[in-house]
Design a protein. Structure first.
Length: 308
């Protein structure tokens, strides 16, 4: 098997396009595709500062590495990592984030939620006052804290490491469950609706998990390999299994599904959007954007008071 670009021995064959590539050309190919995604969806303006949400996992670590290659001469990148207070897992995650940021010379801010908000995800998991699944709570905390600190550090956009596999399975789940609001708001670029919200981008939207794994290995990118103790992935994984099977039977179908969702279906749903749009107001406690009097994060914080 020979590399299509240089004719040397190839390390990988991409089933969805039949391309055979050696290590250096695969790395170059992934960086070019991410660059194309950023351009295609107009995610970043020339003057923007990008905050990268770093969990310590392979996808966000690969994302930072790729962005650093794309924006090689600029100092427009900053890393943000949230210490969620999940026992050893959080300590390990922070370790890998710091190693990579040091290596790439990217400034990183580690936000400890215990210090900032006086509770941890471990506390929330144990609390009898919290009924929602812990990953839902954790997602809420991450969204809120990332937005607050991306603004604090003057970022224009917040980049997350969501890859194609996750995006397709979430899309299928939203279709099956009729989650119209999520279908309308989904996609690789969520512009800011208000000055209090930082725009969100997903530069790995068209890159698969397998590709980020290979990219990480080929570049010796350090990442945490243990999973979070609360990781159950029950519902999403069934959708992921289906979309993986579809990809296996029809290579390239996941990419097509995402492209058609953005190009055709999302546009068609726009009319519906105007009907369901709720007026944005500001949280009475933190001043952040919400559709209620008190935002979901401040309600959670209130419940967690006294829950050490
Ligand atoms: S698995 Fe759940 S609790 Fe653990 S980090 Fe992910 S979202 Fe948070
Ligand atoms: Zn080559
Ligand atoms: Zn609030």
């Amino acid at each position: 098997m020979k590399c299509k670009i240089c004719g040397e021995s190839a390390n990988i064959k991409l089933d969805y396009c039949g391309l055979k590539l050696c290590k250096p050309h695969f790395i170059e190919y992934i960086q070019k595709r991410v660059k194309r995604t950023i351009k295609r969806y107009q995610m970043v303006r020339k003057e923007d500062t990008i905050a990268v949400a770093l969990s310590g996992g392979k996808d966000s670590q690969a994302l930072l590495h790729i962005l650093k290659q794309i924006y090689v001469d600029s100092n427009k990148l900053i890393g943000i990592h949230i210490d969620l207070g999940i026992n050893d897992y959080s300590q390990e995650s922070a370790k890998f984030v710091r190693i990579l940021c040091d290596e790439l010379e990217v400034p990183v801010h580690v936000i400890n939620i215990k210090e900032e908000y006086n509770f941890t995800i471990d506390n929330a998991k144990k609390s009898k006052k919290i009924r929602r699944p812990i990953c839902g709570i954790c997602g809420l905390v991450k969204r809120y804290v990332l937005n607050v600190f991306a603004r604090k550090y003057k970022a224009d956009v917040l980049a997350t490491g969501h890859v194609m596999d996750d995006e397709v399975s979430v899309l299928l789940s939203n279709l099956v469950n009729g989650n119209f609001e999520q279908l309308i708001r989904g996609g690789p670029f969520l512009p800011s609706d208000d000055v209090s919200m930082v725009a969100r981008i997903k530069p790995l939207y068209e890159i698969s998990e397998l590709e980020t794994t290979l990219y990480s290995h080929f570049n010796n990118i350090p990442f945490i390999e243990i999973t979070c103790p609360y990781d159950v992935k029950a519902t999403v994984s069934s959708y992921k299994q289906v979309t993986n099977k579809l990809e296996e039977m029809q290579p390239g179908s996941r990419y097509l599904l995402l492209r058609n969702y953005i190009k055709i279906y999302k546009k068609a749903l726009k009319d519906y959007n105007t009907e369901i749009q709720q007026e944005l107001c500001y949280c009475k406690v933190c001043g952040g954007p919400t559709i209620r009097d008190i935002c979901a994060f401040c309600s959670l914080r209130k419940k967690m008071e006294g829950n050490e």
